[in-house]
Write a protein that binds this ligand. Structure first.
Ligand SMILES: [Zn+2]
Length: 144
């Protein structure tokens, strides 16, 4: 009887492990060769990690810049964010890189983000709704 219990728990452990492995695989760039994960963002506090202090000023809420003044709607490169602004990992796509993002259009890398690392870029939308509607897509993004 002990062996049966052991076999069952081993099988369950293997199934769980397999399920986790598949989930990790699906969200990794290895499962999407030649593609990047494209997510949407806007200027809001949720997307950009800032908060308004009682005196009306705005500061970063996390990361290296935590507590430092944050200009809402201004990219890390000091430009006003607008349609076509892209946040990227500068090791992959340096500032000024023009990218053709299917379904979005041509944008320019002008920003960075705490969660934007490796094969992951963020495309700017004027509202949080639109950013959410875009969601997260694996796309073939061509530098131009
Ligand atoms: Zn937002």
């Amino acid at each position: 009887m002990k062996n049966v219990a052991l076999t069952v728990s081993l099988a369950l452990a293997l199934i769980t492990f397999g399920w986790i492995a598949v989930r990790i695989w699906r969200t990794s760039s290895l499962a999407h060769p030649g593609k990047v994960l494209v997510t949407g963002y806007c200027n809001c506090e949720k997307c950009c990690g800032w908060k308004r202090l009682p005196d009306g000023s705005t500061v970063y809420t996390y990361g290296k810049m935590k507590g430092k003044p944050k200009k809402v709607g201004v990219t890390s490169r000091g430009k006003v964010a607008g349609y076509g602004t892209i946040a990227a990992d500068l090791k992959h796509y340096p500032y000024g890189t023009r990218l053709n993002v299917p379904g979005y259009g041509v944008g320019i890398v002008e920003d960075i983000g705490g969660a934007i690392k490796g094969h992951h870029i963020d495309v700017w939308f004027p509202t949080h709704e639109e950013a959410k509607r875009w969601g997260a897509k694996w796309l073939k993004v061509d530098p131009m």
